[in-house]
Design a protein around this ligand. Sequence first.
Ligand code: SF4
Length: 362
Amino acid sequence: MKRSGSEGKVGALVTQIRRTTWRVTIVKDMGVTRNISWSVTRSRTMADCPRQGFFEYYADGEAESYAAWNLKELVTLPMLAGEVVDIVISAALKKVAKREPLPTNMADVGARNFRKFVEASPKIIASMRENARTADARRRSPYRPLQSDWYGLDLGKDYEQRLEKQVADCLLNFEKSEVLGRILAVDPVNWGPFTRSMRTRPYFELDGTRAYTSFDFYFTEADTLFILDWKSGKASQRQREAADSQLSVYALYGVHELIIPEDHIQVQAIWLQEDVAWQPHEVTSPALRACEQRIRSEVAQEISLLKMNEANKNRVEYRADRADFPARPSGNKCAQCKYRELCPEGQVACSHIAGKADVGDR
Ligand code: SF4
């Protein structure tokens, strides 16, 4: 047992929340302020291209603020496929949590929803462009538009159909999986809350900084917490390594937010394109410490891109200037970047392939 506070059922422990004061505030023009945070996606974005990170996380208060806000909403087709899978599984488990029967047509529902989202995309984009002209208040559609539609890329009907089938296959695999059987064997009172949506994510705090997570589901059984993440993409070596890194962050959520001893936490990425066996595992203590260290050092690295504005005993304020976030253009990366409309360097880098490139994978 590595931490205190672990007596009794784990379910009772998940209500304990620890909060500390945020310490780093980013100040932008027009009085916009934002606190610095960390996530796996943010870490990847900042490492790939700090300028992309600026558009994603620091555009408030800039002249391009509204444009960046719109572009932030775009998704690739594979991302959309993954989100539809997440939504359908979550909706099905919510029914079970309300003591209703598990739906038996999840694959059909997923394929239908995927088509609906794809078909809605051009209309949403038209209305986003119209709103930009009329400076309408910022309102989000419940559907997320496609990056390919925004940039006028024709990815082909075959590609759409392949992803629609992928959605259906993933949900079919889930319906007959050992993982679902394992979940249903646990009383829903021991399931975690369904708080995750496309726009809200759970987080924990490390040294006063929010670290956002994006796991899909957790439950407790006896004295163990199980955290699961649905994966609709192919389980390549690169994707598995990325998933392992995410799982360490999810285990830290269990440690820091749910206050569970780390040797009572099991995690698993569920690769839904494959035969889905129940194989959760513990993240080792050295791996968790390394993950914490990585978060601290990446937050420090990001802060090093900011300019100190003001410091007092309660908080430190920084300013973010676009020029301090270098663009790192490269052909494929810029062709897949949703912010290239705002980025002259990226437009030059991908001009030779614009119109032909795929727009990213999940
Ligand atoms: S278009 Fe390229 S250089 Fe510009 S922000 Fe995106 S990835 Fe970075």
